[in-house]
Design a protein around this ligand. Structure first.
Ligand SMILES: *[C@@H]1O[C@H](CO)[C@@H](O)[C@H](O)[C@H]1NC(C)=O
Length: 177
């Protein structure tokens, strides 16, 4: 393999990794399936989780809950603070809610179940600005940089990442032999 072939192969490998790292993620709210509920304590609150997670434009939030008993309301900051469940921006009650974060800035969510917001079932998600999506990518990234930390449980990114690695490896081997 010539030097230029090697260069092209390595460039492709690196680009494949970049693409898989910057892929939009499905983020399970609370990091587990039964997280959308009244928190048992302050330290168990969803805001605690949301503060430790990273959200980017294009990522999707996924809620799993019992649609017979609960719902997800996207509300204004005023309604969030007042736990006002009437006239939300959007209401979801299908038990399996997926919402794409289509802009940067804060999103406010409260439970539509009677009295649950007052007991702490509420969450603010702050989405980083789009331009920051591509900054901080270096050849040796810390895993936590990409929301792969314990607080976040992406439902699809692991597969995407794996696919990226496999493709890159395949190309590398194809170039070598
Ligand atoms: C709750 O929100 C609705 C719709 O925005 C509004 O009409 C109502 O006055 C609010 N109620 C309270 C108690 O703030």
């Amino acid at each position: 393999m010539s030097a230029s072939q090697r260069y092209i192969t390595l460039s492709f490998l690196f680009l494949s990794l970049l693409v898989s790292f910057s892929e939009a993620k499905d983020i399970l709210v609370g990091g587990k399936t039964d997280a959308w509920k009244v928190p048992s304590s302050q330290s168990d609150s969803l805001n605690k989780w949301a503060e430790s997670a990273r959200f980017r434009v294009g990522d999707s939030l996924v809620w799993k809950y019992d649609g017979q008993k609960d719902s997800v309301l996207e509300v204004t900051s005023e309604a969030y603070l007042a736990c006002n469940t009437s006239g939300p921006i959007k209401e979801y009650k299908d038990g399996m809610t997926k919402l794409t974060l289509d802009r940067s800035g804060p999103f406010y969510f409260i439970s539509g179940a009677n009295g649950h917001c007052e007991k702490g079932q509420k969450m603010i998600v702050v989405v980083m600005t789009e331009s920051r999506r591509y900054t901080g990518i270096s050849p040796a990234p810390a895993p936590a940089e990409y929301g792969e930390g314990p607080a976040v449980a992406p439902t699809s990114s692991a597969t995407t990442l794996k696919a990226g690695f496999v493709t890159a490896l395949g190309v590398l081997l194809w170039g070598l032999f």
